[in-house]
Design a protein around this ligand. Structure first.
Ligand code: HEM
Length: 159
């Protein structure tokens, strides 16, 4: 199904960008530049003092929404295989856990164990989205194969 293919690939791509920004937040030591939760001190206005952290949160919110929308469409799809449904369910659970953990990481002032867990859940989330994206391509391939074999059947009955 074209929609699931586009949706899952877009979600995977934005997640990849988010992980990059997360790495930068951590490595450049700006993790506490925005000490409040869920909004930064200036509310929705991005200020230079916490712009990287602001991006990390905003993109995390968009990613979270996209992962959940992908799960809804996957669960509703009649063609999606069982494995794809399970992977999208795990991805949605991981994204909710990750955003909740993001808040705890801030409250606990970047405790090393929690930041490591944050990276770990990010990896699980990414792997699940890779699976969902690959499965969505399989649906497309199966559809193509089906239509080719239908065409072949038709042509043999005609001849
Ligand atoms: C889908 C959602 C999210 C993903 C995939 C994600 C991913 C990541 C990754 C990969 C890192 C780098 C970790 C490392 O290098 O060890 C990171 C760092 C960080 N994330 Fe997230 N993140 C998400 C949501 C959030 C949210 C909602 C917050 C809340 C504010 C948050 C707060 C942080 C902080 C503070 C750091 C830096 C930790 C440090 O300074 O060591 N993250 N994130």
């Amino acid at each position: 199904m074209m929609l699931l293919q586009t949706l899952s690939f877009s979600t995977l791509s934005i997640l990849f960008v988010l992980i990059f920004i997360g790495g930068y937040v951590s490595a450049s030591g700006v993790g506490l530049s925005c000490p409040d939760w869920p909004l930064c001190p200036a509310g929705l206005i991005p200020l230079q003092e916490f712009i990287i952290e602001y991006f990390h949160r905003t993109i995390a919110a968009i990613t979270g929404l996209m992962v959940i929308i992908t799960m809804i469409f996957t669960l509703k799809s009649k063609q999606a295989p069982q494995g794809m449904k399970i992977a999208s369910l795990i991805a949605a659970s991981a994204v909710i856990a990750q955003i909740t953990l993001g808040a705890i990481v801030i409250i606990e002032r970047l405790h090393a164990h929690l930041v490591t867990l944050h990276l770990g859940i990010g990896i699980i989330l990414f792997s699940m989205m890779v699976l969902v994206t690959l499965y969505s391509r399989r649906i497309q391939n199966n559809n193509t194969k089906e239509s080719i074999s239908n065409l072949e059947k038709k042509s043999t009955t005609v001849s």
